[in-house]
Design a protein around this ligand. Structure first.
Ligand SMILES: *Cc1c(COP(=O)(O)O)cnc(C)c1O
Length: 391
C-alpha cells in the first residue's frame, strides 16, 4: 500500500460519523427522524436566478473556460453590491476575485501566506475550514476561544505577544456559525488595530451577512476604516439566495491579497462556469424581496425553536442572525452524549458542539433548515421524552 501524504494523515477524523451511523440505524428501524443538524438552506433558489442560468447556458460563448478571477461584469456586480449594501468602495479589477464558493477561498488563502510552521489565529468553536486550510498548507492553527461571556468574540488581549507576532492570518466569522453571534463595530475596530500592530492579514468570513433580522444589520469588516489595508472578506450567494449547490462566491478587499489568491487559483481551477456567474449577477442585482422573505422565515423558525426549548427549562433569547440556534447542554451531559440521547429518545438530530472545536463542548447546534411544523414536532417529541432540564 502506498502511504498517504502527511497532509492527508493529519486531517481529523469525521466527527459526525458516529451520529450518522446512529441516524441510519434509527431510520432502518422505522423511526421518522427529524434532522435539525444540516446547515444547508432547504428552500429553492429564486426562479429569476434559475431562469438566468437557463438563458445563459444556451449561449455557446459561455461554454469555454472562464477567466479564473471572474468575469469583469461579475466582479463589478459584487463591487456594486458592496457599495449599495455596505457603502464600501471596491475596485472590481483589483479588489474582487471570484471563488468556487467561499469555502474554496477560505481553504486556499492559507496556501498563499503560510510557510511550514507559520501560525494562523483560528476561532473555536468555528467553521472547520479555517484550521484545516491552515494544516493543509503546513501551518499551525492557534486557537482563539469564543466564550459566551464575551459575546462569542475572541479576546485579542489574551493572545500572547509572541504568538501575535508570529501569526500571519487571523480568521473571523460574523454573523457566526455556530453561535449566531454578531460582531460589534468596536470589536472590528479593535481587530484592525491589532492586525496593523502585528502585521496580520484578517480573513473575515461573512457567509451569513444577509441572514439577520435584528434591529442592526450585520457589518462588513470592510466598513471599518483601515480594514482594506489589513484584510479581505469572503462571501457568496450560497446562504443569501439558497444557492449552496451552485458554487460561486468571492473574496474582496486588500489588493495584494486578492491578487495572490487569484494567482494561486489560476494554477488550480479555471474559474466559475460563466452561466453561473451571470446567474449570480442576477441574484445580486435583481429584486431583493426574496432576501426579506428568507429572513422572516428563519426568524419564525428561530422563535419556534427557542419557545420549544424554553418550555423545557432553557432560558434562551431568540438569536438575530444565521440559520442556527446555539444551545447549552443540560446538566449531566456532554455534547455528544446529549445528541445521542435526543436521537435515541426523540428521533431528533442535533449537532454536538464538540464538532466545531474544543470550546464547542457543552453546547449543541440546531439548524433552522426544516419547516416550522417539523421544528414544533421535534421539540414536542423532545419535551415528551425529556420533560424539563436542569443546568
Ligand atoms: C456555509 C458556510 C460557508 C461556505 O459557503 P460557500 O457555499 O462555500 O460559499 C462559509 N463559512 C461559513 C461559516 C459557512 O457556514
Amino acid at each position: 500500500m502506498i502511504a498517504q501524504a502527511e497532509r492527508i494523515a493529519i486531517l481529523p477524523p469525521y466527527l459526525f460519523a458516529r451520529i450518522e451511523q446512529l441516524v441510519a440505524e434509527a431510520k432502518e428501524n422505522g423511526v421518522d427522524v427529524i434532522s435539525l443538524g444540516i446547515g444547508d438552506p432547504d428552500q429553492p433558489t429564486p426562479p429569476r436566478i434559475i431562469a438566468k442560468l437557463i438563458e445563459q447556458a444556451q449561449n455557446p460563448a459561455n461554454h469555454q473556460y472562464p477567466s479564473s478571477v471572474g468575469l469583469l461584469a461579475y466582479r463589478q456586480a459584487v463591487a456594486d453590491w458592496y457599495r449599495q449594501r455596505f457603502d464600501v468602495e471596491l475596485d472590481p479589477k483589483k479588489e474582487v476575485v471570484s471563488l468556487l464558493g467561499s469555502k474554496e477561498g477560505i481553504a486556499h488563502i492559507a496556501f498563499c501566506y503560510l510557510n511550514p510552521g507559520d501560525l494562523s489565529l483560528v476561532p473555536d468553536p468555528g467553521y472547520p475550514v479555517y484550521g484545516i486550510g491552515t494544516l493543509l498548507a503546513g501551518g499551525e492553527p492557534y486557537i482563539m476561544p469564543l466564550r459566551e461571556e464575551n459575546g462569542f468574540l475572541p479576546d485579542l488581549t489574551a493572545i500572547p505577544e509572541p504568538i501575535a507576532r508570529k501569526a500571519k492570518l487571523l480568521y473571523l466569522n460574523y454573523p457566526n456559525n455556530p453561535t449566531g453571534a454578531l460582531a460589534t463595530r468596536d470589536f472590528f475596530t479593535e481587530v484592525v488595530a491589532f492586525a496593523k500592530k502585528y502585521d496580520l492579514i484578517v480573513c473575515h468570513d461573512g457567509a451569513y451577512s444577509e441572514i439577520a433580522w435584528g434591529p442592526v444589520k450585520p457589518l462588513s469588516f470592510l466598513q471599518i476604516p483601515g480594514a482594506k489595508e489589513v484584510g479581505i472578506e469572503f462571501n457568496s450567494v450560497s446562504k443569501t439566495y439558497n444557492m449552496t449547490g451552485w458554487r460561486v462566491g468571492w473574496a474582496v478587499g486588500r489588493a495584494d491579497v486578492v491578487e495572490a489568491l487569484g494567482r494561486l487559483k489560476s494554477n488550480i481551477d479555471s474559474g466559475v462556469f460563466q452561466a453561473i456567474q451571470y446567474a449570480a449577477i442576477e441574484a445580486l442585482t435583481g429584486p431583493q424581496d426574496c432576501v426579506a422573505a428568507m429572513q422572516a422565515l428563519y426568524k419564525e423558525r428561530a422563535v419556534a425553536v427557542v419557545e420549544g426549548l424554553n418550555a423545557m427549562g432553557w432560558r434562551l433569547r431568540v438569536p438575530e442572525a444565521t440559520i442556527y440556534v446555539w444551545v447549552p447542554v443540560p446538566k449531566g451531559f456532554n455534547s455528544t452524549g446529549f445528541a445521542e440521547f435526543v436521537l435515541a429518545k426523540a428521533g431528533v438530530v442535533v449537532t454536538p458542539g464538540i464538532g466545531y472545536g474544543q470550546y464547542g463542548e457543552g453546547y449543541f447546534r440546531i439548524a433552522l433548515t426544516v419547516e416550522k411544523e417539523r421544528i414544533r414536532e421535534a421539540l414536542a417529541r423532545m419535551k415528551a421524552a425529556i420533560g424539563t432540564v436542569d443546568f
